[in-house]
Ligand binder design. Structure first.
Ligand SMILES: [Zn+2]
Ligand SMILES: [Zn+2]
Ligand SMILES: [Zn+2]
Length: 203
């Protein structure tokens, strides 16, 4: 049985964060998440391992997005998009993956999108790799749900946002009601059951 070590670091700004301090240093506000999913026994080749990892990561965005009242890292308005920068070393024992997730207001256009792209380019330069972040092809008028809303119904009313509760098991994903939580369980359990550690760095 092979366990995969996946680390995800989620960055953003919170509502009480007038100045985002020491960007990407030890004091940067973030949550570090460790996941230890089991690699399926039939994922024997590298392409199969990568395919499995992609599917596993594709299931995670609601959990990484809807877990706090996140604001855009750069301009501090409510965050609506997350930008993922993924690296993986599936040939190692144990196989490893690392993702940086950035909360932004708009990932496609504007100064905050430019900022997040610059971070990606800088990280790629430091790691001697090509940049990972590419702008998703989409209609620029689309508005995504607020990060501070329920992971399922995305109700943005203040009344709903005030009463969000975190999943009691992982203390990560937030829901407005038991109904929403129940509806999401078949998806969320994949993350919840493989979650090893959630560490908030929040001063
Ligand atoms: Zn912004
Ligand atoms: Zn809900
Ligand atoms: Zn959970």
């Amino acid at each position: 049985m092979t366990t995969v070590e996946i680390q995800i670091i989620v960055y953003g700004s919170c509502s009480r964060d007038p100045e985002n301090d020491d960007r990407y240093g030890a004091d940067q506000r973030r949550v570090e998440i460790l996941l230890n999913p089991i690699l399926p026994a039939d994922a024997t080749t590298m392409p199969k391992k990568h395919k499995w990892l992609q599917e596993y990561l594709r299931n995670l965005p609601p959990d990484m997005k809807h877990n706090r009242n996140w604001r855009c890292e750069f301009c501090k308005v409510h965050a609506r998009e997350t930008v993922w920068m993924n690296s993986s070393w599936m040939h190692l024992t144990p196989p490893r993956a690392l993702s940086y997730v950035h909360h932004v207001c708009n990932a496609a256009v504007g100064p905050c999108a430019e900022n997040v792209r610059a971070i990606d380019a800088e990280m790629a330069r430091m790691n001697n790799l090509p940049p990972t972040f590419s702008i998703p092809a989409r209609d620029l008028d689309i508005t995504f749900p607020m990060s501070a809303s329920c992971a399922v119904c995305h109700d943005e009313s203040e009344k709903s946002r005030k009463h969000l509760k975190q999943c009691a098991k992982c203390e990560l994903t937030r829901y407005c009601s038991v109904d929403c939580q129940r509806e999401d369980w078949s998806r969320h359990k994949i993350c919840c059951k493989s979650l090893k550690e959630v560490k908030w760095h929040w001063t």
